[in-house]
Design a protein around this ligand. Structure first.
Ligand code: TZP
Ligand code: MG
Length: 210
């Protein structure tokens, strides 16, 4: 199974109860990976939230990835870390987490993309495909054409993130991208399980049409 196919990134504004509910329902709906992304909470709350999700994912086969913080990933024994450009350098993170954990890196420009080939990472988060209210400081928007050319530039798996929803999914899948990462399309849905199932079905249908 491709673990990048349907990657849930959690919304930092969810209460712990809603966070647990969303992740539980999204797993039932078929997400293949979960990233806990916390921007406002202190490290203690981050660990508490990550531990709760780790417990919930136990036995599901869905890997847990921690955004930004290698220390939190180690503390909760997560399956991996996702770094941004201002987080710990990938090489150092790899030394700390060892060879067996997943390491992802957000790539936000052509220049950053050109320098990934010698980094010890497992996958790229191509950010942001489209402008999105979930993250308002994104500067470069790759669009479908940028995503297509990025896929030709690297052999690393690419996960597309930013503004992806059921309306543009078909165009994203048509690029052959390895996976899509979603925040609001699942976290803000009234029924996160139904939303996930709908997206998963569209992914599978569009993939079969390629
Ligand atoms: N990184 C780039 S865009 C983004 C992140 C975390 C937010 C994506 O959220 P949404 O709601 O799926 O557009
Ligand atoms: Mg980050």
């Amino acid at each position: 199974m491709n673990p990048y196919q349907l990657y849930l990134v959690t919304d930092e504004n969810l209460t712990l109860e809603r966070l647990k509910y969303v992740v539980r329902e999204a797993v039932k709906g078929g997400v293949t990976m979960v990233q806990i992304r916390e921007k406002h909470h202190d490290v203690r709350a981050f660990i508490e939230r990550a531990s709760a999700i780790k417990t919930l994912l136990q036995g599901s086969g869905v890997p847990l990835i921690i955004n930004d913080r290698v220390d939190v990933a180690l503390a909760v024994d997560a399956d991996g870390v996702h770094l941004g450009q201002s987080d710990m350098p990938a090489r150092l993170a790899r030394q700390l987490i060892g060879p067996n954990k997943l390491l992802g890196l957000s790539i936000e420009s052509h220049q950053q993309l050109a320098s990934v080939h010698d980094l010890p990472i497992d996958y790229i988060g191509l950010s942001a495909i489209f402008a999105t209210p979930t993250k308002t400081d994104t500067r470069h928007h790759w669009g479908i054409d940028g995503l297509t050319s990025a896929l030709q530039t690297t052999s690393l798996p690419i996960v597309a993130i930013g503004g992806i929803n059921i309306n543009n999914l078909k165009d994203i899948v048509a690029t052959g991208v390895h996976g899509i990462a979603l925040v609001s399309a699942i976290c803000l849905a009234d029924d996160p399980r139904a939303a996930t199932e709908q997206i998963k079905a569209l992914l599978q249908y569009n993939h079969s049409q390629r």
